[in-house]
Design a protein around this ligand. Structure first.
Ligand code: NIG
Length: 387
């Protein structure tokens, strides 16, 4: 047993209650980490003794980011596609095929090394929990391979066999594969199923079939919906009570009400919105209607090649009009809720006595600086499971 007392915490954001307002937010705080877990936190004047003592020098501490939407297992580069987009070519689902070809051609080792590099980059920016998806394999063996590698590179894996219809395959036959042999092959490695419900990808009926097969297999449901237009993905997520619908750029009033009524989370992906020049998701409208929110990086080579949750949080505050408290919650507890990792002794996204010591120390006296100093790398130290 070894313990470390962290002192000099100018502001401690815990997210230990049911809402940001009902959570402890302390100034001049201290915290004890013991065997990878938070053993105590409170006013510095009341801090207990520990084996070691580290003075954080007036810095802010918050829970590590929970990035609930990424696609980090891939090979290849789509910088040219990005550049063409800057010149006016719209983002389209079909670009995924470029990454599928490069990914199929890469070795296991190349994919794992590249995914771990992105995982390390994310961690260095404060991300202590990260989800990844399959979806750049699109045949049984390749999807199973990406699920297995994803399991080694990330904390949780989502099956996205229904990312794009591969060339030369009959639609009906592919949906049967996704819901049959491919699902069986990935099942040992995945916790959730996702579908790209969008023009150019899968219809609402196909998406429903995919999600119901996943539910039958015991998986959480996620939907890529309403990214490029009013695809029906949001309504489908509400109908099925999915854990989340991600993107949500084009929504009707009915969509917002349906999400709020069903308690389905909307995952904001602001880096993707900016990189694809889609309208930013209407975060303020969603929050005001009571829709639970999460913020994620959507790190992938096509629509959002960043691991920076700080960038996403700053954008959500400065351009999408969330308060700092709302954005911090969405990027930590909100993401944990989407992943089903916000309850029990190993819950992430919050600083709780007995919970994992996943801490993000900022080179700033308060978390407000994440929006106040946009673009400045403020991560001073990341503690993940006490390390
Ligand atoms: O979440 N929208 C679908 N999937 C990814 C992009 C994948 C790609 O373009 O390679 C996304 O944005």
């Amino acid at each position: 047993m070894s313990s470390e007392l962290l002192t000099g915490i100018a502001e401690l954001t815990t997210h230990d209650g049911p809402t940001p307002e009902a959570s402890s937010r302390l100034t001049d705080a201290a915290l004890v980490v013991e065997d990878g877990r938070v053993a105590w936190f409170g006013a510095a004047a009341l801090a207990p003794a520990a084996d070691r003592r580290t003075d954080l020098g007036g810095r802010a501490v918050l829970p590590g980011w929970v990035d609930c939407h990424t696609h980090i297992v891939f090979a290849g580069d789509r910088g040219a596609e990005f550049e063409a987009r800057l010149a006016g070519r719209p983002y389209a689902a079909g670009g995924i095929a470029t990454t599928v070809a490069a990914t199929r051609a890469a070795s296991d080792d190349e994919l794992l090394v590249a995914a771990r590099r992105l995982r390390a980059e994310a961690r260095s920016g404060g991300t202590t929990t990260l989800e990844t998806k399959t979806g750049y394999g699109l045949d049984v063996a390749s999807e199973a391979r990406l699920a297995r590698i994803g399991r080694e590179a990330a904390d949780t894996v989502t099956y996205l066999g229904a990312h794009l219809l591969p060339d030369g395959i009959d639609r009906r036959a592919y949906v049967d594969l996704v819901t049959g042999a491919m699902l069986a092959a990935v099942l040992p490695f995945v916790d959730a199923i996702d579908v790209f419900c969008e023009a150019g990808a899968f219809t609402v009926d196909e998406s429903r079939e995919v999600l119901l097969a996943g539910r039958e297999a015991g998986l959480r449901l996620r939907v890529h919906g309403n990214q490029l237009g009013e695809s029906g993905g949001v309504a489908l997520a509400a109908e099925l009570g999915a854990a989340s619908v991600d993107h949500v750029n084009h929504v009707s009033a009915g969509d917002v009400d349906a999400l709020a009524g069903a308690g389905v989370a909307a995952v904001l992906l602001p880096a993707a919105d900016l990189s694809t020049r889609q309208p930013l998701a209407p975060a303020r409208r969603l929050a005001d209607a009571g829709v639970p929110l999460a913020i994620a990086s959507n790190c992938n080579p096509g629509s959002s090649f960043t691991t920076s949750m700080a960038f996403c949080v700053a954008t959500a505050v400065l351009q999408q009009r969330l308060s700092v408290a709302e954005a911090l919650w969405a990027a930590t507890r909100g993401g944990a809720a989407v992943l089903g990792m916000d309850a029990g002794p190993d819950a992430v996204g919050a600083i709780r006595v007995g919970g994992p010591a996943d801490l993000h120390v900022l080179d700033a006296p308060s978390a407000v600086h994440l929006a106040y100093r946009p673009g400045v790398p403020l991560t001073a130290r990341v503690i993940s499971g006490g390390r």
